[in-house]
Design a protein around this ligand. Structure first.
Ligand code: NAD
Length: 480
């Protein structure tokens, strides 16, 4: 990167001046990537006022017109795919191939929700009195607060913003500071199409701006993705204000390997599920549970495959994983790695880092020798790390898989149809998969978790339309 990008909050279509923080590339700490101009709490109400004003005109447009606008956003996003992906990779270290895929996902989401503008948004419901015509329709909520994490800096904001808009809402968006350059770039692109005030974006401290948005701003709903601790805090405030909310939170996902699994395919899926995005995915496999009989062969294959993984700069397409995103992440993940080196045994570790630059690089690691209650098997590490746990048989494997407070994604690797079905039934996770890595599902399918991973609503697909609207039941009697 040669250009230094300047990121500003946007309220009612206007960039906001503010303090300046320099952002460095986590792949190369001497490279200056951008400057964040952050704002403070007093502007939050200005942003919600602008949104409220813009929402009225937006909601009065036909679904077809709203859909056409979303289609234009998709076109603009696609035109800017390379620039947005490059900036995001340089800002938070996600490998460029993954980042391009993520922007492409954003384009798909916009197109999917653009088409909703021309679909039915209610039902005709029979009434007892034949002279009564009864129907339901979806109506907008108003102004939606959107709080997003840094780890999917394009896809997560868009999977909230696109359904919010097509349902007739306006948005006040607070991205994570660690992905605010990317958020600002998305706003640059979207502003070419959207009316002023329809999306307002605020860059600043999570606790300060976020809390003001939650506690004081006149928002009608909140969609939050981030850690479980922050999500529970947000949910409690929304509940006390009777504001509709959804919180998608942390995970401690599992890959279960049964004795009949195809080991080459399984190991390849586990590497992807565990180490892409340097393990910084809410759906990352951070526990691998294997039946006793297959454990030795699985360990051999993991040892060889992990040793050869390529870790290096995010913009180098040959690298399988990049650095972790920030100094905070580097210190937090290294804390778990130190604990693992002290209390567990190494099964597999990447040998080298393929970069001469100083960056937040962490060697991928898989360990064994701790039980399912250990901190390493219970807490979300959010880095290139997994713990291997042994099960006597299939039933014990399911018990271990479910032995977590979280419930986002769970996978099993087997060719046994009966045990596959049993796993899909008995697994306590919102997204369960057979012979596929733990991951987010496609844009047209519901995404979300059980237990402490979610407030039990779903994002994406048709489920998002339920969240971003309210149902009004209408009845009219013909007095003829
Ligand atoms: P985080 O909870 O620290 O921050 C999330 C967002 O909340 C950020 O925008 C942050 O600025 C804001 N925030 C922080 N304090 C706040 C407060 N007091 N009030 C309101 N907002 C506040 O999470 P993170 O580090 O950005 O993201 C990593 C976490 O997100 C992981 O736990 C990961 O599992 C989770 N995540 C979940 C999903 C999912 O869909 N389930 C997807 C991606 C990430």
């Amino acid at each position: 990167m040669t250009n230094v990008y300047e990121a500003y909050s946007v309220i009612n279509g206007k960039q906001q001046d503010g303090g300046a923080t320099t952002i460095y590339n986590p792949s190369n700490l001497s490279e200056h990537v951008g400057i964040l101009h952050d704002v403070s709490s007093p502007v939050v109400e200005e942003a919600t006022e602008a949104a409220k004003h813009a929402q009225q005109a937006w909601a009065s447009l036909s679904g077809l017109k709203k859909g056409a606008t979303l289609e234009n956003l998709a076109v603009k996003l696609e035109e800017n795919k390379e620039d947005i992906a490059t900036l995001a990779s340089s800002e938070m270290g996600k490998p460029i191939k993954e980042m391009k895929g993520e922007v492409a996902r954003g384009v798909q989401l916009l197109r999917y929700y653009a088409a909703e503008g021309s679909r039915s948004d209610g039902d005709v419901i029979p009434a007892a009195d034949p002279q009564v015509h009864q129907y339901s329709k979806r109506v907008p909520l108003g102004v939606v607060g959107v709080i997003t994490p840094w780890n999917f800096p394009v896809a997560i904001p868009i999977w909230k913003i696109a359904p919010a808009l097509i349902c007739g809402n306006a948005v006040v968006w607070k991205p994570a500071k660690q992905a605010a350059l990317t958020a600002s770039k998305i706003m640059d692109v979207f502003q070419e199409v959207l009316p002023a005030g329809l999306i307002n974006m605020l860059i600043g401290s999570g606790s300060q701006l976020g809390n003001t948005l939650l506690e004081k701003a006149t928002i009608d709903a909140l969609s939050f993705t981030g850690s479980t601790a922050t999500g529970l805090h947000a949910a409690a405030i929304c509940a006390s204000r009777n504001i509709k909310y959804q919180t998608e939170m942390g995970g401690k996902n599992v890959a279960v390997v049964l004795d009949d699994a195809d080991l080459d395919k399984t190991v390849s899926a586990i590497l992807s599920g565990t180490f892409t995005s340097a393990g910084q995915k809410c759906t990352a496999s951070s526990r691998i549970v294997a039946e006793k009989t297959i454990m030795p062969a699985l360990k051999d294959k993991l040892k060889t495959a992990v040793a050869e993984l390529r870790v290096g700069e995010a913009l180098d397409e040959q690298n399988f994983l990049g650095p972790v995103s920030s100094k905070d992440q580097y210190e937090k993940v290294n804390g778990y790695i130190s604990l693992a080196k002290k209390e567990a045994n190494v099964v597999a570790e990447t040998e080298t880092i393929a970069s001469d630059q100083e960056g937040y690089y962490i060697q991928p690691l898989i360990v064994e020798g701790v039980d399912a209650n250990h901190t390493l098997a219970q807490e979300e590490v959010f880095g290139p790390f997994a713990v291997l746990l042994e099960a006597e048989d299939f039933d014990e494997a399911i018990d271990i898989a479910n032995h977590t407070d979280y419930g986002l994604s769970a996978s099993i690797f087997t060719n046994d149809l009966s045990r596959s079905h049993q796993f899909l039934e008995r697994s306590e996770a919102g997204m369960v998969r057979v012979n596929l890595e733990t991951a987010g599902v496609e844009f047209q399918a519901p995404f979300g978790g059980m237990k402490m991973s979610s407030s039990h609503t779903r994002e994406q697909g048709q489920a998002a339309l339920e969240f971003y609207s309210e149902t009004k039941t209408c009845a009219i009697k013909h007095n003829g």
